[in-house]
Ligand binder design. Structure first.
Ligand code: SF4
Ligand code: SF4
Length: 102
């Protein structure tokens, strides 16, 4: 049985609501999505890699993803892309493990 905590790159499981919001603010502040060709102006909040932000309500067409150039990507050792359309890091990692039969 796969545990979500194994994919929790941001360590949110142990955070209080206040700490969670603080970390989310940090992610959003450093997020490069607004400079990405796939991004649709006016979408809010950004920082789609972070758990619970959710996918974009406005982005429907994947062009390119610049997540791999983002400081957050490196700091938290993220491994996926297109978080705006495909879901967060923990969500995609979990789906990949389930698909692999774990
Ligand atoms: S990794 Fe991508 S979604 Fe996450 S903060 Fe950076 S640019 Fe935004
Ligand atoms: S998650 Fe990736 S594809 Fe989506 S807007 Fe951010 S950088 Fe672009």
């Amino acid at each position: 049985m796969v545990k979500i905590s194994e994919f929790d790159s941001f360590g949110v499981e142990d955070l209080s609501r206040e700490e969670y919001l603080k970390k989310q603010g940090y992610i959003i502040k450093n997020c490069k999505c607004p400079k990405c060709p796939t991004f649709v102006a006016g979408d809010n909040p950004i920082g789609y890699c972070f758990p619970l932000v959710g996918t974009s309500q406005k982005i429907h067409l994947e062009k390119d993803c610049i997540c791999e150039t983002c400081p957050i990507y490196k700091e938290y050792e993220l491994t996926h892309t297109f978080y705006c359309t495909r879901c967060s890091q923990v969500c995609q990692a979990h789906k990949a493990e389930v698909a692999a039969g774990w």
